[in-house]
Design a protein. Structure first.
Length: 337
């Protein structure tokens, strides 16, 4: 049985190589995970038993048996994100009022609302960067106020349109991504190895900015900066992804590249739960399962996207008559009637 500690597993001593690989938390208990994109070899993971021969073809990759008792991953019954009765009051004004949002492990939620409806405030709370005035925040089975948020943030992929202002401009694009390993903003606070640097390069390549790895963050265009931040959000193979208007500052080509990248994150067999905030409906990737409509800080309606993402609800949310079309490729278009 492989030894597992601090989110890592080593191959059985009888294997030909004693490679060390990173093990993401909180995923399905029996799964096949391709690590080659992260700069590692391909392995098959199986908690407590070997996979069925039907899962392999040709020469199977090495098998690692992980001891379930030594792993730290949420029970399938635990919601990935649970916001209960969230209320935020600032300077006497109620920004968010008694909002509830529960995201299960196989769900990808869309949050839609006009400017000022409380979307970004809700996302900062979910990402553990803000506290609500009232309400309970639970992320990956841990409750805000009863857990070390510095450790828990490492398991959250978070991108916000305002996050760029928090990055030191002289950091290289690679370091901006790599420091997400420890949910840090500076590389000198922790130690990093070649595996971390390789993983950062892969994430940059995924977002089509791999050739900019050594450029300072401040020297990049706004769209390039946004793609670097998206690469940062997947550095840790997160257990939940929170994207607050990730297409902000992207041009048309960049937005389409973003949608393609998001589609990999929403339709993959091992896709992490995801929450996407946007009011540009043509940027919604395929694979989203649920939607929450916010209006003036209140929940207007929430539910399965096939049931509640309608022209009538969209019109009510934005206060004007709108038409909504879902194209054959799963993408949406909306326009004023």
């Amino acid at each position: 049985m492989a030894k597992v500690a601090a989110g890592k597993a080593t191959m059985d001593p009888t294997a030909k190589a004693a490679d060390t690989i990173r093990v993401p938390h909180g995923r399905d208990p029996i799964r096949r995970f391709n690590m080659t994109r992260a700069g590692y070899r391909t392995f098959q993971f199986c908690y407590g038993q070997r996979p069925s021969p039907s899962l392999t073809s040709g020469s199977p990759p090495p098998i690692i048996l992980l001891d379930p008792e030594s792993m730290s991953y949420p029970s399938p019954m635990v919601a990935s994100l649970a916001l209960s009765g969230i209320t935020v009051v600032r300077d006497g004004a109620t920004i968010v009022n008694d909002v509830n949002l529960t995201v299960q492990r196989q769900e990808r939620w869309l949050v839609v609302g006009a400017n000022g409806s409380g979307k970004t405030t809700l996302m900062r709370i979910a990402a553990l960067y803000d506290h609500p005035t009232r309400g309970t925040v639970s992320v990956l089975g841990e409750t805000l106020g009863d857990t070390d948020v510095r450790t828990l943030r490492r398991r959250i992929g978070y991108v916000s349109a305002s996050f760029a202002s928090e990055i030191r401009g002289t950091l290289s694009a690679r370091d901006v991504v790599m420091t997400a390993r420890h949910a840090a903003l500076e590389p000198w606070w922790h130690s990093y190895d070649d595996g971390d640097r390789d993983r950062a390069h892969v994430c940059l390549d995924t977002m089509a900015v791999g050739d900019l790895w050594d450029r300072s963050f401040a020297s990049l265009s706004s769209g390039e900066q946004q793609r670097v931040l998206l690469a940062r959000s997947i550095m840790n193979d997160p257990d939940i992804v929170l994207l607050d208007e990730p297409s902000a500052r992207l041009d048309l080509g960049g937005r389409e590249q973003l949608v393609q990248a998001l589609a990999l994150m929403t339709t993959g067999i091992d896709a992490a739960p995801l929450v996407l905030v946007t009011h540009h409906l043509d940027e919604i990737p395929p694979g989203m399962t649920h939607v929450l409509f916010l209006r003036a800080g209140n929940t207007m309606i929430a539910g399965a996207i096939d049931e509640v993402f309608t022209a009538d609800n969209l019109s009510e949310c934005f206060g004007m008559k709108l038409r909504l079309e879902r194209r054959e490729n799963g993408r949406f278009t909306a326009w004023a009637d």
